[in-house]
Write a protein that binds this ligand. Structure first.
Ligand code: SF4
Length: 123
């Protein structure tokens, strides 16, 4: 199957900078505004998975791609919007939706969160 322009650019970035993985390449493309792709670091990815856009698994690449693709399907196809979404998700993950102890009591999106529903069902 032929590669898309985005896939070719990511492959070229990976050749030029071998230590940059797919999430890093996505963030570079998103933040420089050249492509409408949702690049995320781990905090943003954790939030998306908890909201229900992917499943937290040990296979980081699969988890990343599933969450990225599901979220991108609902976002406007503009690099700036992707960058804003990524940065907001990152901040939310760093400040509120923490790895081991999310502060759901402070969270404004509990009604849309799969993780919250699953962990408060019997309380
Ligand atoms: S409700 Fe809790 S788990 Fe869900 S996004 Fe908010 S802080 Fe994270």
């Amino acid at each position: 199957m032929a590669q898309s322009p985005l896939q070719r650019i990511v492959a070229a970035l990976k050749r030029r900078f071998p230590s940059v993985a797919e999430p890093g390449a996505d963030r570079i493309l998103m933040l420089c505004g050249s492509h409408a792709v949702l690049g995320m670091e781990s905090n943003a990815l954790r939030v998306l998975c908890r909201l229900g856009y992917g499943k937290e698994t040990k296979n980081y690449t699969k988890m990343y791609r599933d969450a990225r693709d599901a979220a991108m399907a609902e976002l406007p196809k503009r690099a700036r919007m992707m960058a804003e979404a990524s940065l907001l998700l990152r901040e939310h993950g760093k400040e509120t939706c923490k790895t081991s102890a999310p502060r759901c009591e402070e969270c404004p999106v509990t009604s849309a969160c799969a993780w919250y529903r699953a962990h408060t069902r019997n309380q």
